[in-house]
Design a protein around this ligand. Structure first.
Ligand SMILES: *Cc1c(COP(=O)(O)O)cnc(C)c1O
Length: 227
């Protein structure tokens, strides 16, 4: 077994244990392997042991990998900050975008999504209080943006994403994750059919699963430390 397959098995075990501990249905949490800064060979090693969803943050770095791995059956998730001059390639090469936080970007992704492809799956990034990055829309502006995105025909609004500030304490991790869950529930009550909470990374995936994560984005626990 390679180190990557061992690490992947360990992360899968953590996810299963958290599903059980927090009363989540088995298999209700999907794993995105965040492969930013790691080469094609690392992605292939994970593919070989059944990993199909991969996340990338930087378009320039992701495109050569996507080309090299064409035909491997990978579902690609864009999770990084989006500049408007990058939307055409993101709309063409990715299956999901987790980091949409303004209408202009959503409109460009919609207009540039190739007709032959299924609608692009979208999560709105929310700046839950204490979020480390400055990205993400304020919760108070979320419903307006959700309404605008839901009306775009080549996008499919799936849910919400957050990157809470790093925090060692489990209960405090949960508080940040709960804010995203509460925001999703508010949209669901307002009539949006959403099924996705993208939260939880190497150090807080248990707290995220406790609060309803459906997609966890895990990098270093699978591929090792980034340099
Ligand atoms: C890098 C990154 C991750 C993975 O972080 P780890 O701590 O390495 O698991 C998850 N989500 C986003 C948005 C990232 O940029």
């Amino acid at each position: 077994m390679t180190a990557i397959s061992q690490h992947l098995n360990a992360v899968r075990s953590r996810i299963e244990a958290a599903e059980t501990r927090f009363g989540r249905a088995p298999g209700s949490v999907q794993l995105i392997a965040v492969s930013k800064t790691f080469p094609d060979s690392a992605i292939r090693a994970a593919c070989d042991v059944g990993q199909t969803r991969f996340g990338e943050s930087y378009l320039q770095e992701a495109l050569p990998k996507i080309h090299a791995l064409a035909g491997a059956g990978i579902e690609w998730h864009f999770i990084g900050p989006i500049q408007s001059n990058k939307t055409r390639d993101i709309a063409e090469y990715f299956d999901w975008v987790h980091s949409v936080d303004r209408l202009k970007i959503a409109q460009r992704l919609n207009d540039q999504r190739p007709e032959a492809l299924a609608p692009l799956n979208i999560c709105i990034q929310v700046n839950v209080s204490g979020e480390a990055s400055k990205s993400g829309i304020a919760p108070s502006e979320l419903e307006t943006l959700a309404r605008q995105i839901a009306s775009l025909p080549h996008l499919k609004l799936r849910g919400l994403m957050a990157i809470p500030a790093p925090e060692d304490d489990f209960e405090r991790q949960r508080v940040a994750c709960a804010q995203l869950r509460i925001a999703l529930e508010a949209l669901q009550r307002a009539g949006f059919a959403l099924d996705t909470l993208s939260m939880g990374m190497s150090d807080d995936l248990e707290a995220a699963i406790a609060e309803g994560a459906t997609l966890v984005r895990v990098g270093s626990a699978i591929f090792g430390q980034r340099h």
